[in-house]
Design a binder for this molecule. Structure first.
Ligand code: SF4
Length: 614
């Protein structure tokens, strides 16, 4: 039997870096059957589609196949459909099989109806179902649908160790490969926005440790640059996850690979996960820990079935991370069911309250195919209004052709507790927190005032938000421009050149740095001027990198504001303080400065680094 496997992803890394993902999922289902006694030596692997190559070329290469297996997800669904349709037109005898998270149980009648060129759909894990399909194929007796069929014992062949990827690695020596490392499968949680735990794999099953070690060895030997731990909650099994971490470190020491490792961290853990993150960081694998809170409101968390850490635990975790000097990022989603303007703004202030000042990321609420949030009754109950956005999920274009097939993402833009206009305002409120607090422009003043009990974060940022909306200078202009871009995007699906999707958050910060004096004047006018005499405003100014300054610089002040906000136990004490203020990297041009600001904002680029001299 001649087969091809299709699981393309976007090229990554810009023009200087040719990065692709190994097609792990199709590799797993293929190796499971290819190694089975029933099909050993019977399967011939023809083509492995891992990049978005021109569909005319790919379909020509697969025209003589018996079967083509597609793994479908949000980053390749439209591409896969276009390729499958063309292939069927050219070669009606080739059997097209679709699987992956995009193939849903509850919408299969609709999918069967809409995709007549797909011969068979496979729901949920593919290993057993594809094996069953191949058996039926041999007997000339295949079905339209193979339903959920989970592998009970994960002692199954590895696509890495059985050589499925050897040819594409050998044929593409210039590619920097990324891949997933799976040490367990499933998630005990059932977040409604997620298509992993909610409708699919509730029970966590573990791969044998020996296999995991051998795979890590393979990844090192094959010079895999980037590993993403596919486990839903890495760190959940410390007795396994700690030795796995040590093994990755050991392989990296011996082979130089992988260069980067990232993970979905276990949501309810503390010290164990931090120990793992510390190991990753000290080896240069990783720059910090993502704390995905999604919402800070208890009612919202309940309805999205998010077994979150309680906010007091989150606070402990932040303290621990801050004390250990581990960078962290906090993620929230807008708008989730039951979230209101009040709970959203209070929640953002709450994230600052627990000590997150470095990085906050806000994601649109994507409706994933297999998620509870995609069920019609869920959408109706919470009044979701959605838009389908092209290219929200995108990557670099292929270098050898200009065929572009947009992927489409369904995004929630209003709910019955957050009408569309409020959604826009609340996104802009987050825009303000991300730029002015995490970006540093108002961080020193608001943190000092919060700790002194003078003004809470909520009060400070409500005040700033009003000032921004009334401003007619650079800040107000950027606010209006960004809101307009967002509104157009959410209404028409079209994004202004130079800004797209998620990156719209930082789009304005570049101009703020170009107009440093005007932005600082706006901050000084917004917050009480008496503090300018105390040196607080001067400290605030020195905290943000000034594109026109040479660094390092000396800074003197009568108060230790920086210690006061960075050390929970520090008191504000008058004396004569001297600091050396420096920057992370020296830039050679405006362009380079802005590029670094964009790519290294999480590491603090755009803000200064302080070293006390006396
Ligand atoms: S978001 Fe994470 S924790 Fe929640 S169901 Fe999905 S994988 Fe599990």
């Amino acid at each position: 039997m001649k087969l091809s496997l299709v699981q393309p992803n976007f090229r990554q890394g810009g023009s200087a870096f040719s990065g692709y993902w190994l097609p792990y999922s199709v590799g797993c289902v293929y190796s499971f059957s290819a190694q089975s006694p029933e099909f050993k030596d019977k399967l011939e692997l023809n083509k492995l589609v891992f990049r978005r190559e021109k569909i005319e070329w790919a379909s020509d290469d697969m025209a003589q196949d018996d079967i083509v297996l597609f793994s479908c997800y949000m980053w390749n669904w439209e591409y896969n459909k276009a390729l499958a349709k063309l292939l069927k037109e050219k070669s009606p005898d080739v059997k097209i099989v679709f699987g992956g998270p995009q193939v849903t149980e509850f919408r299969n009648a609709e999918q069967i109806d809409q995709l007549p060129y797909v011969d068979t759909f496979i729901i949920s894990e593919g290993e057993l179902s594809v094996h069953e399909y191949l058996t039926d194929f041999e007997q000339g007796n295949t079905r339209k649908l193979y339903s959920a069929n989970r592998v009970e014992d994960l002692d199954i062949p590895s696509p890495y160790l059985t050589g499925v990827f050897d040819k594409i690695i050998a044929d593409n020596p210039d590619i920097k490969w990324s891949t997933t490392l799976e040490t367990n499968r499933g998630c005990p949680f059932s977040c409604t926005f997620c298509d992993w735990g909610s409708l699919t794999y509730a029970k966590v099953k573990k791969f044998p440790m020996e296999k995991v070690y051998q795979e890590i060895e393979w990844l090192g030997i094959n010079k895999i640059e980037y590993i993403f731990m596919a486990d839903a909650n890495f760190g959940i099994f410390p007795d396994r996850d700690m030795p796995i971490t040590d093994y990755i470190l050991d392989v990296q020491k011996r082979t130089g690979f992988p260069a980067t490792v990232n993970a979905n961290w276990h949501k309810n853990a503390k010290q164990n996960v931090i120990e793992i993150v510390k190991k990753f960081i000290s080896n240069g694998f990783n720059r910090g820990m993502t704390l995905s809170v999604q919402s800070m409101d208890d009612d919202v968390l309940k309805v999205i079935k998010r077994k979150n850490m309680e906010s007091s635990h989150l606070g402990d975790m932040m303290d621990l991370l801050n004390r250990e000097g581990i960078g962290s990022y906090t993620e929230l989603i807008l708008p989730l069911p039951l979230e209101t303007t009040d709970t959203w703004r209070q929640g953002l202030a709450g994230v600052l309250d627990i000590g997150q000042h470095n990085s906050i990321e806000i994601w649109f609420h994507q409706v994933l195919e297999n998620a509870t949030s995609n069920l019609p009754e869920h959408k109706n109950e919470y009044g979701f209004k959605t838009i389908e956005l092209p290219d929200y999920v995108a990557g670099d274009r292929e270098p050898d052709h200009d065929q572009h097939i947009s992927e489409i993402t369904e995004i929630v833009k209003a709910t019955n507790t957050m009408p569309y206009d409020e959604f826009l305002d609340n996104w802009m409120y987050a825009w303000m927190i991300i730029n002015f607090h995490c970006g540093g422009w108002a961080q020193v003043i608001t943190r000092v005032w919060d700790k002194q009990g003078k003004q809470t974060y909520k009060e400070s940022y409500d005040q700033l938000f009003e000032a921004i909306q009334n401003d007619t200078g650079i800040v107000g202009n950027k606010y209006n421009e960004t809101r307009q871009i967002l509104d157009t995007y959410m209404t028409t699906g079209k994004m202004t050149d130079g800004a797209y999707g998620h990156t719209l958050f930082w789009y304005a910060n570049q101009d703020f740095h170009r107009n440093y004096d005007a932005v600082m004047e706006f901050i000084g006018n917004t917050f009480d001027t008496r503090d300018k005499r105390s040196g607080l405003f001067e400290t605030q100014k020195a905290f943000v990198t000034n594109i026109k300054h040479e660094y390092p610089q000396e800074f003197e002040a009568k108060w230790n504001y920086l210690d006061f906000i960075n050390d929970a136990d520090a008191e504000l004490t008058p004396a004569h303080y001297k600091w050396e203020v420096d920057i992370e990297k020296q830039w050679n041009s405006d362009e380079q400065y802005l590029e670094w600001l964009y790519f290294r904002r999480r590491q603090g680029f755009g803000k200064t680094k302080w070293h006390q001299k006396s």
